[in-house]
Structure formats: structure tokens, C-alpha cells
Design a protein. Sequence first.
Length: 147
Amino acid sequence: MQEINKADWIRNEFQSAFEIEISVLSNDPANTLKLHNARSYYLMPFGARSLLRGIFKGEFFRTWNQIKKADLVIFGGGGLFTDELKANLLWSWQALFCYWLDKKVWHYGQSVGPLKKKRSQNIVKKVMDKAWKISVRDQESKEIFCF
């Protein structure tokens, strides 16, 4: 029996339930295409170097257009939001950009935390308060959203 990874499982679940076109944002779109056979675009730039690369190579505008035409943006999986500041800021930036473009965002199957630092709690609360929908995959994550 072939093992299916989390990203493929999420994509398969949504494609079997709905007639949809799925695009994936990734830090390595070529590898994402190879591994998951999914159309992929770069994440929104998160620093000066990635912003310059994105603008000069056109990646920024391709990603912008994909998000702009999306009906729904899904942040799938777990471990995106923890006490690690850089990861929190990266994923928060991705979500906030989608909110800025007035997109529905679904944080799907998240496992969140630990969020012991007040700063982390505040960042995640601001991001999740704007979400269209949140689903978690464990009781600890559910309890975090009650802080």
C-alpha cells in the first residue's frame, strides 16, 4: 500500500469533495510540482532578498495573481504557529497578505503551539481572529484558541 503524505491527502480530500482547481504556495515550487504533482507558486516574499528576487523574476506577481483569483486560501497542516518567532511571522505574513486581498482563509487541520510566550499568543490571535474558518487536529490546539 502506497503511503500518502499530508499535503497530498489534503489536496485529494478537497478535490474529491469539490470541483476545484488547486494551486500551492511553496518555498520550492519546482520540487512541490515534482513531489505532489500540484501547480505551485512561491510564497509571498518575507524579506528584502526574497522580495527583490520575486520582483525581478516575476514570481511576486504570479503569486499575487494566484491569491487574487482564489476563492479560498487554505493553510493546511500543523506546526505553522508556535513560539518560534520567525515561523510565526512568516506564516502570519502569508495569512495577513491574503486578508489584505480580502480572501477567505481557512486554517485547516492545524496543530498550534506551544504558545507559552505572550508575543506568540498575540500574533496568533490576531491572525486567527480574521480567519473565515479554523479546524484543529488535537485537543491542545483547540484549547489554545480559548486564551
